[in-house]
Design a protein around this ligand. Structure first.
Ligand code: URA
Length: 243
């Protein structure tokens, strides 16, 4: 089955009860899936399964929309801007409730998800979920292993220890180094702050992957809808725990 969600999430998103109360309804035997008594942790396919609570059918979750945009430079990761600057939603089909999942700075290009699924989006951007992102960075000068080790061990940024998970040097010339940095944090300006913390000058920043999704085949400004499998995987990643 593709695009399944846990029964407690399904009930929460359908407005029946918040997730913990939904668990209680399930445990009390008041919830049925296709006529069978539901158990805690059961999964449903919102597009095809029939769910009832106390015998009353629960309306299926409205289809949530998910896009992957290869964000071009010059667009704000926002829905609107009171200063009239261009925003990423202008690049997508007009969709009520569509917003970016987290943010890329205005001049930064690369993978940006947009969705109408607020709950999953919030979880995907919450630092405690540790969703991995890979950034390609171009820095001035060299970037020795000792600096990579410092970033792996963690540096203090405004009272938080921030670290990278991995770094791979993918290019070097006489004046610059290109690296791919993997992070699982989700803090504002995290790459800029990390590079600054090790006294390096960042020349260019691009996100090449978010939760394993890449912009392969998309030019800057182009987008595609996520597949049901991809959405299912994101929901899985976002459903590991309650926050
Ligand atoms: N880190 C930054 O500094 N900027 C971004 O846009 C993304 C990560």
């Amino acid at each position: 089955m593709t695009g399944t969600v846990r029964i407690n999430r399904f009930l929460a998103e359908a407005g029946v009860a918040p997730r913990r109360k939904a668990d209680i309804l399930v445990a009390a035997g008041r919830v049925r899936i296709n006529g069978n008594r539901a158990a805690t942790g059961d999964k449903v396919d919102p597009t095809s399964d029939r769910v009832t609570v106390d015998g009353e059918p629960v309306a299926r979750i409205a289809e949530k929309v998910w896009y992957l945009l290869n964000k071009p430079a010059g667009f704000l990761s926002a829905v609107t801007d009171d200063r009239g600057r261009r925003t990423v939603v202008e690049l997508l089909p007009p969709t009520p409730g569509l917003f970016p999942v987290g943010r890329l700075d205005r001049e930064v290009e690369g993978v940006l998800l947009l969705t109408t699924d607020g709950d999953t989006a919030h979880r995907l951007t919450h630092p405690s979920f540790g969703i991995t992102k890979v950034y390609r960075v171009l820095v001035a000068g060299n970037f020795p292993d000792s600096v990579i080790r410092t970033l792996k061990n963690g540096v203090d940024i405004a009272g938080h220890t921030c670290r990278i998970i991995d770094a791979v040097v993918t290019g070097r010339d006489q004046t610059t180094t290109t690296l791919e940095l993997t992070l699982a944090e989700g803090r504002k300006h995290e790459v800029k702050e990390l590079i600054k913390a090790v006294d390096r000058l960042l020349l260019r920043l691009e996100r090449i992957s978010f939760a394993g999704l890449t912009a392969q085949g998309l030019k800057p400004g182009e987008y595609r809808p996520l597949t049901a499998e991809e959405v299912g995987r994101l929901r899985e990643l976002a459903s590991v725990k309650d926050i």
